[in-house]
Design a binder for this molecule. Structure first.
Ligand code: HEC
Length: 160
């Protein structure tokens, strides 16, 4: 009886990747609002299944980075500007995700409707919000699991 109870108790404790998955798709932390993994979430930002192959420290550093590589400021010919990342594009249209909105707002415009300038406004949410090393370690463990299938645990000291 005792052993059965112990086994049940262990089964109820979520693993690190399970905790990370919950945080990743949590409405507050919101990684899943902008990143898709394992068929869940929304693909606004880069596909993390590529970066998920890197070492935990590299993933954490990219998540906390205050420098952006893809995000710019879209200036509309019709007036107004907003921080944006481009999505699908062809000869006739470009998808822009307006990052001033949460969740980001998808806009489909013509290639000649705007110009893209350097990003001086937008900060990646995990760079701005206080996120503990423990929580980031869980999230990174989930990102690695989603990318590689590895359930290896991630030490909070490795994502400082
Ligand atoms: C509001 C949308 C948004 C949210 C929320 C968000 N991200 Fe991002 N993320 C982006 C965008 C956009 C980029 C690309 C930034 C750039 O370099 O221009 C990015 C980039 C990244 C990168 C670097 C990817 C690469 O290939 O360079 C990582 C890692 C990452 N995000 C992880 C996270 C994690 C973990 C969370 C949650 C704690 C999160 N993001 C929440 C939009 C978001």
């Amino acid at each position: 009886m005792f052993w059965i109870a112990l086994l049940l108790a262990q089964a109820a404790v979520p693993s690190q990747t399970e905790r990370g998955e919950a945080l990743f798709f949590d409405a507050q932390k919101g990684c899943g609002t902008c990143h898709a993994l394992k068929g869940k979430g929304t693909a606004v930002g880069p596909d993390l299944s590529v970066m998920g192959r890197l070492a935990p420290a590299a993933i954490a550093m990219a998540a906390r980075s205050t420098v952006t590589q893809y995000v710019g400021v879209a200036r509309m010919k019709s007036g107004g500007s907003f921080p944006a990342i481009t999505g699908k594009k062809d000869a006739a249209s470009v998808v822009l995700f307006d990052l001033s909105k949460m969740p980001p707002e998808k806009k489909e415009v013509a290639p000649g409707d705007f110009t893209m300038g350097a990003n001086d406004k937008w900060k990646h949410p995990p760079a701005e919000a206080k996120i503990s090393n423990e929580q980031l370690a869980d999230i990174v463990a989930y990102v690695k699991f989603a990318a590689t299938g590895s359930k290896k645990s991630v030490n909070p000291d490795d994502v400082r």
